[in-house]
Design a protein around this ligand. Structure first.
Ligand SMILES: Cc1cc2nc3c(=O)[nH]c(=O)nc-3n(C[C@H](O)[C@H](O)[C@H](O)COP(=O)(O)O)c2cc1C
Length: 173
């Protein structure tokens, strides 16, 4: 179930320090487990979350390029780290610093992914909001098929200006 019918609101929920939002997925991103903290912040019941795609949490302010980068990183067998603005069922939002890692079976095959999300620094939220707004505007200015490239171009320009890799930028925010 996608959340297109939800109208985003200005209500922000801030994660407390030491609070972790945890979920696991199948290799295609279908949710297989959630903790109580995700149920609380998302506003969805466990039953609604289990079996859904993770984009049930997606906020329309998030650029597509961020998720493209996340999946590209995971599919290369690496961990992804980044700032994500999620939308609750009531339209409110909550920012997280998200770490996603592949989970393997004993033969080294990917059996799914696990995400652990924690409270981001407020300075990181401010910086990510500004960057994502610029990325989203670039994505919306072109046709859908060119959106990811347009979002990534803004991100690369920003990284180039700072002389940083994506990982360095995330760590520095
Ligand atoms: C373990 C894991 C956790 C994820 N957590 C989130 C999340 O908290 N919020 C979110 O919007 N997308 C999350 N995603 C990414 C979604 O699967 C999806 O790529 C994203 O919401 C964009 O969806 P869309 O391309 O259908 O718009 C997660 C993916 C994985 C594998």
């Amino acid at each position: 179930m996608k959340s297109h019918h939800i109208t985003p609101s200005a209500l922000e929920r801030e994660l407390a320090e030491g609070e972790y939002i945890v979920s696991t997925t199948t290799p295609s991103g279908r949710i297989t487990s959630v903790n109580d903290v995700l149920v609380a912040y998302s506003g969805y019941s466990r039953t609604e979350l289990l079996g859904s795609q993770h984009n049930i949490l997606r906020h329309p302010d998030m650029p597509r390029a961020v998720f493209w980068l996340a999946w590209d990183t995971l599919q290369a067998g690496e961990d992804f780290m980044g700032y994500i603005k999620n939308m609750s069922k009531d339209g409110g939002y909550y920012w997280v610093f998200s770490q996603i890692q592949p989970e393997y079976d004993k033969d080294g095959g990917v059996i799914g992914y696990r995400s652990v999300r924690r409270q981001p620094r407020r300075s990181a939220v401010a910086a990510a909001s500004a960057l994502y707004a610029e990325m989203l505007a670039a994505e919306q200015a072109v046709e859908t098929r060119d959106a990811i490239a347009a979002g990534l171009a803004v991100l690369r320009r920003h990284l180039g200006a700072q002389g940083q890799s994506y990982e360095q930028m995330v760590a520095a925010l």
